[in-house]
Write a protein that binds this ligand. Structure first.
Ligand SMILES: Nc1ncnc2c1ncn2[C@@H]1O[C@H](COP(=O)(O)OP(=O)(O)OP(=O)(O)O)[C@@H](O)[C@H]1O
Length: 223
């Protein structure tokens, strides 16, 4: 589903954010990417959804070499990828319902189907009573669940999440991780960047550890 072949990425000359990274994430896998601040976790995720192109090497996502995609092809790649950003990136002046509906509007869904699907998704997230609230009136955990609902509402092939449990308490963390697990059981390939040791240890999933832009540990023996 996701393949990195000798990928290097430099934002500035002479400093590599990723250095000769090779990695395979098969369809249906669940992987934590960990490492200290600045290790390259966000860079690795950005390369998967085509926000960056590698300075060297190839990135293959869902059979497509993203290095070769034109700018106009990137939105088509992203239709299959749900992304949860470190800072949520919710639209502050839109309601919870509108924030989640955007994913389906972009895909051209009809209004009635959007309403049904979004309500169902928000109910699953325990947010049905907040559909008309705006994000600033929500707690951090609730905002995170709205961001997750937006990323998952179209059942994407891939879910990418950057530090999704950052400022959450244990109860909220557990809730977020179980949403990832359920999406994974439904067939979504999940890649989560986190430095949260407790979340990783309690999940018993594959762990890829980066240090200074290189993979220094991969718990998957087949890689
Ligand atoms: N937009 C940018 N311009 C220049 N350098 C950048 C940029 N984004 C990241 N970097 C550098 O690339 C390296 C990897 O950064 P990245 O954000 O991928 O790390 P990270 O592991 O996600 O860190 P964190 O846990 O703090 O989010 C760091 O040295 C960082 O300073």
């Amino acid at each position: 589903m996701i393949e990195f072949h000798n990928v290097s990425m430099s934002y500035q000359r002479d400093t590599a954010a990723l250095n000769d990274v090779s990695l395979k994430v098969p369809k249906g896998d669940f992987v934590f990417v960990t490492g200290s601040s600045g290790a390259g976790k966000s860079t690795l995720l950005r390369l998967i959804y085509g926000a960056l192109t590698p300075s060297k090497g190839q990135v293959i996502v869902d059979g497509q070499n993203i290095t070769r995609l034109t700018r106009s092809q990137i939105p088509y790649l992203r239709r299959n990828i749900g992304v949860v950003f470190q800072d949520f990136k919710l639209l502050p002046n839109r309601t919870v319902l509108e924030n989640v509906a955007i994913t389906l509007e972009v895909l051209g869904w009809g209004k009635r189907d959007i309403g049904k699907k979004v309500y169902h998704m928000l109910k699953q997230m325990g947010l049905e009573h907040k559909i008309n609230a705006t994000p600033l009136r929500l707690s951090g955990g609730e905002q995170q669940r709205v961001a997750l609902a937006r990323a998952l509402v179209n059942d994407p092939k891939i879910l990418l999440a950057d530090e999704p449990t950052g400022n959450l308490d244990d109860e909220n963390k557990e809730q977020i991780i179980s949403i990832f697990r359920e999406a994974n059981i439904r067939g979504t390939t999940v890649v989560v960047a986190t430095h949260d040791r407790r979340v990783i240890d309690s999940s018993h999933k594959r762990v890829v550890r980066l240090e200074s832009g290189r993979i220094v540990e991969d718990s998957d023996v087949s890689n």
